[in-house]
Design a protein around this ligand. Structure first.
Ligand code: FES
Length: 142
């Protein structure tokens, strides 16, 4: 039985944008209370563009693949576009995740949104994204 798409396996084995940005303009950290996984996102933002993004994930393979794909999807993009990123778009870009692993992509969306929110707060900009409901609840943490 094939559980994971080739794209998931590729991003899990060769994750893009792993690491830390010193003096990041925005940092977001989230944890999933149920599985105990943690994700941290660092953003470098210049002139309203995500110039660089890095992540650290202490979590499952789907969380690593989701953060890798999510960072690729917002790199070089304007803030307004990054704020619209959804976990569904990340999961679709990975050619799907098993239903019980969808919450791992929620973690990636949440971490990015929190980093964007952090940047907005520091710079007096109104945050226009929607932070997904924390995945502490039973329904997306299988
Ligand atoms: Fe915890 Fe995937 S993020 S199981």
């Amino acid at each position: 039985m094939v559980l994971y798409s080739e794209k998931v396996m590729d991003h899990f084995r060769n994750p893009r944008n792993v690491g830390v940005i010193e003096n990041a303009d925005g940092v977001g950290e989230v944890g999933n209370a149920k599985c105990g996984d943690i994700m941290k996102i660092y953003l470098k933002i210049e002139n309203g563009i995500i110039e660089d993004v890095k992540f650290e994930t202490f979590g499952c393979g789907s969380a690593i693949a989701s953060s890798s794909m999510a960072t690729e999807m917002i790199k070089g993009k304007p803030l307004s576009e990054a704020m619209q990123l959804t976990n569904r778009a990340v999961a679709e870009a990975l050619d799907g995740l098993p239903p019980h692993k969808l919450h791992c992509s929620v973690l990636a969306e949440e971490a990015i949104k929190r980093a964007l929110e952090d940047y907005c707060k520091k710079n007096g900009i109104q945050f226009e994204g929607i932070i997904p409901a924390s995945c502490d609840s039973e329904d997306h943490c299988g």
